[in-house]
Design a protein around this ligand. Structure first.
Ligand code: FAD
Length: 310
């Protein structure tokens, strides 16, 4: 279906009023701090807004970019020709039930790890320094230090933007794989429940401190990035292959392979998303030439690019 953007805008304007914005630059909503405008932008206040979005999607073919905390997104300089949809404060809440935490998908993962610590619950220590939303973490199967969200997730509540309704999926129905899932698309994770285990708060805190310190030492946390750019090949590390190809510090325009961690690309003020895309392609090519390994990107590219990784 071709997209009738004007009709989608009119429908959403009628349902959401001034909360619907147009031509909103997405750079500040991503940790790379680059990228152009989204034609339409909505911070959803409640599920009623998601129902309105679903109606517009069905009626007009409106493309939707669900924005979490933008920590794994590279948005084109030309922007996104659809609706960027963020979850507002109505999706940031937490309920504790014994060893389970049910939370709104807009919750920041480090905040959720903090709640687990406060309640003496172990199992989310790895998440303390992953700058994701809970929804983005479920969609991506975020993980670190040998653990991933799939290991603790019990259910994901997903608003299906085609069906226009919320479905509750058990973890085994989410289709988790390494840094990915098979959730309904377009669909919005609106809440999730994780099952943790009782732990000693002092030990949980010590592990979190250790993880934060490890990241400070090994990752360029003061510079804009998307974390790991490439997925690790089986039994190897993308960072090692990029480093051995002599690419640490290599730059295209305002995008540079971090000198601290070779699987991070950092952006300088004035960098363009196209610089990052060109650098991603160059890394892919040079590592493949040298080793025969094609590194698949972990970062999601949004919108149109001249340089497209394989
Ligand atoms: C400094 C740094 C360190 C990082 N370290 C790690 C790490 O250790 N481990 C790791 O796995 N990742 C890491 N990341 C990457 C990133 O945090 C994860 O990929 C995370 O899961 C992305 O979550 P997000 O909310 O920012 O999603 P976004 O980047 O906003 O979106 C990512 C994808 O998820 C979709 N999405 C977002 N929210 C929802 C939702 N509510 N419902 C449905 N789909 C949604 C988006 O449409 C997009 O396809 C790091 C990033 C940075 C910047």
């Amino acid at each position: 279906m071709s997209v009738d953007l004007a009709r989608a805008e009119a429908m959403l304007r009628a349902a959401c009023g001034e909360r619907l914005r147009t031509e909103v630059v997405l750079a500040p909503f991503t940790t790379f701090r680059v990228g152009g405008p989204s034609a339409l932008f909505l911070e959803a206040a409640s599920e009623a807004d998601l129902r309105a979005v679903a109606a517009a999607v069905r009626a007009t073919g409106l493309p939707v970019l669900v924005l979490g905390r933008g920590s794994n997104l590279l948005v084109s300089d030309r922007g996104f020709p659809g609706l960027a949809l963020r979850l507002g404060s109505g999706f940031r809440w937490v309920e504790i039930d014994g060893e389970e935490i049910r939370a709104g998908a807009g919750m920041a993962l480090p905040a959720l790890a903090g709640v687990a610590l406060q309640h003496g619950l172990a199992g989310l220590e790895w998440a303390v320094a992953v700058p994701a939303s809970l929804g983005g973490a479920v969609r991506m199967n975020a993980g670190a230090h040998g653990v991933e969200i799939a290991d603790v997730l019990r259910t994901a509540e997903v608003f299906d933007l085609i069906a226009g309704e919320r479905v509750v999926l058990r973890a085994e129905e989410v289709g988790f794989r390494y840094r990915g899932s098979s959730l309904p698309d377009p669909g919005v994770v609106v809440a999730a429940t994780v099952r943790l285990r009782r732990g000693d708060p002092a030990q949980i805190r010590a592990r979190m401190d250790e993880i934060r310190e490890w990241r400070r030492r090994h990752q360029p946390l003061a510079e804009p990035s998307c974390g790991s750019v490439f997925k690790n090949p089986p039994n190897d590390a993308a960072a090692r292959l990029i480093d051995e190809a002599g690419l640490k510090g290599h730059a295209v325009g305002g995008a540079q392979v971090s000198t601290k961690h070779a699987n991070f690309i950092v952006t300088r003020p004035g960098a363009r998303a196209e610089d990052v895309a060109a650098l991603i392609c160059e890394i892919q090519e040079r590592v493949a030439e040298r080793t025969g390994v094609l590194l698949p990107p972990e970062v999601h590219l949004v919108g149109a690019f001249d340089h497209l990784p394989r």
